[in-house]
Design a protein around this ligand. Sequence first.
Ligand code: SF4
Length: 387
Amino acid sequence: MNDTKETLQIEQGPIRPPSEAQSLLIRVTRNCTWGKCQFCHNYLKTRFSRRTVEEVKREIETIKKVHDEIKGISLNCGYNGTINREVVKFIYKNPHLYGDLYRNTAAWLYSGGKQVFLQDANSLTIKTADLIDIITFLKETFPQLNRITSYARAKTIAKKPLKDLEAIRKAGLSRLHIGLETGFDPLLEYMRKGVTSKDHIEAGSKVKQSGISLSEYVVLGLGGKKWWKEHALETAKVLSMINPDFIRVRTLTIIPDMPLYNKLVSGEFSMLSEEGIVKEERLLIEHLEGITSTFMSDHILNLLEEVKGTLPEEKEKMLNTIDRYLALSDEEKIIFNLGKRMHYFRTLNDFNTPFRIKKAERTLQKIEEENPEAVEEICHNLRGRFI
Ligand code: SF4
């Protein structure tokens, strides 16, 4: 490779789960094997392709080279190879010398340098032997790794023999993130997820059996006004059968790049209000039975990010938080919703701070002077900034 330090690069995919913000990203495939979900905008116009094992290994070697150079900078600066704030600052302050790969690797090492996320949307689609080869090489190159995770489609996992998943776990894959989205079959079909609730249960149960940690993602609001109850109840039922290690929720937000946008504009799909989505979330949590999952709301798109906890112990605590919101007057709910979307509040506790409330009230007043009906739509559009 003839790249100089500042242009040295590896290929990166567009997304990773929020919980992998501190992970090193290694792209093993490009895009999604499916690419048809109506609420997705990441991979609809892209073609899926596999990267060769050699290509991926070459990039891992490149990162190792950069890793060693950064350690060298630390040694030269008298920090014993520790990647501290000063080393990171040095790299960031010299972009003419150190490009993106140096900055990303330094940030990764600063945050511990122990976690890797394999991109893109369905890494388990590559041959088991190849995936094991890549993971083994990664662990040999960076022996400090303690977590290697990836996204996978339920359909792909459902077809994979359990012994393959066990071998992948033994090689070092610690966690899989699966987009369940909903457990309600008509909604899975409407959203063109290409997976049934049966596939989800089979895939999720198999991942659990293999010993790989499992995160299942649910889209709050996906049922819209028509199917919100069915979405909540059937999703709770499927999750209760799988008992994933983590249930992670994120709120439906529709942007023009998504096929669902046309259905929204034509009126075929009706979005739930902010309050409606909270009610749906309550129904979902209420019906999670007999499981020990950790419920996470680790996305800025969620109105009540503080609704999180381990089941079954913290179920009441989560429901109580939701009920605190639902007990607000209609006017207070609108002020909170808007304030949250404008970042005046992060949690319900911030709704006790007079100057924040004042700011939200002033914004609401301005909106209502122009169009009192527009608040919900404005909240939705503000969410769109985080997609
Ligand atoms: S499977 Fe995931 S990444 Fe692929 S189109 Fe559906 S939502 Fe998007």
